[in-house]
Write a protein that binds this ligand. Structure first.
Ligand code: ATP
Length: 255
């Protein structure tokens, strides 16, 4: 499958401090790619900069076309959607109105398919249909995450970037939300999934990258990463390492 989205030598700094160092990463059409790593590894920074919300250096290409500047407008125009960690819903608006806002850019561009898209979102998340007139602020954490994903799907994205969709959710809800994410592949939507929940992310992803201290420490097919002893020990909780503090480097044999 052809490459949809690619970062090369991608760096992001906060003032003088570089938080993401020389990252190479690609997402192919319809592929689910996860970025896992401990707290503070730079996952959110990487995603925000790739969406044009933070300045970056290096190259970002969309379908082999290098973008002269990475801006939110350029990314949205190419069909990239971001579901931020904080969900950022409009709490005083209904579920339905939040969804309609997600489809606003398409409506402005003259595409009048918002009802059909909303029905599709309700098909994916029947719980949102039951609660369509409820205010977003009164939804449960899981329902809020579903609404945030549903709102992004209203824009008919080619690539959906998800920042920690499992954060703060009970394990059963995490599974439900990630099953939906896995199902996006069949709808032709590629996914870049940032997760601290490495086990859940590697179960649904095709490929993964391990980000540590702003750099890619390991990458490969998700199945291989899930079996890699360093990942198992550091991120999957079967050894002494902890996902919050561990690094793959520490687990490497001295050379
Ligand atoms: P988490 O899983 O805890 O969300 P993360 O992998 O997403 O962590 P980032 O939030 O991207 O990590 O943070 C990467 C580094 O950049 C951290 O050292 C963090 O302190 C720093 N950082 C993040 N936001 C800012 C900011 N606005 N200004 C300065 N430094 C920042």
């Amino acid at each position: 499958m052809s490459v949809l989205f690619e970062l090369k030598d991608f760096c992001v700094s906060y003032g003088p401090v570089e938080a993401v160092h020389h990252v190479d990463l690609a997402v192919r059409e319809g592929e689910i790619v996860t970025v896992i790593g401990p707290n503070g590894a730079g996952k959110t920074t990487l995603l925000s900069a790739a969406m044009g919300l933070l300045p970056s250096r290096g190259a970002l290409a969309w379908q082999d076309e290098r973008l002269p500047r990475v801006t939110v407008e350029a990314m949205v125009a190419r069909g990239v959607g971001l579901v931020p960690e904080k969900r950022e819903l409009f709490g005083e608006m209904s579920v339905q109105d939040n969804l309609l806002l997600g489809g606003f850019a398409r409506w402005r561009a003259g595409q009048r398919d918002q009802r059909a898209r909303m029905d599709e979102v309700f098909g994916i998340f029947p719980r949102l249909k039951e609660r369509r007139t409820q205010l977003a602020a009164t939804l449960s954490g899981g329902e809020r995450q579903m609404l945030a994903i549903g709102r992004a799907l209203m824009a008919s994205p080619r690539l959906l970037m998800l920042d920690e969709p499992s954060l703060g959710l009970a394990p059963l809800i995490v599974r439900e939300v990630l099953q939906v994410v896995a199902g996006l592949r069949e709808r032709g939507v590629a996914v870049l999934l940032v997760e601290q929940n490495a086990r859940a992310a590697l179960q649904i992803a095709d490929r993964g990258y391990v980000l540590e201290m702003g750099s890619v420490a390991l990458s490969g097919p998700a199945g291989e990463l899930a079996r890699d002893p360093r990942i198992v020990q550091t991120y999957l909780g079967l050894g002494g390492g902890s996902a919050a503090t561990g690094t793959v480097e520490r687990m490497k044999e001295p050379s």
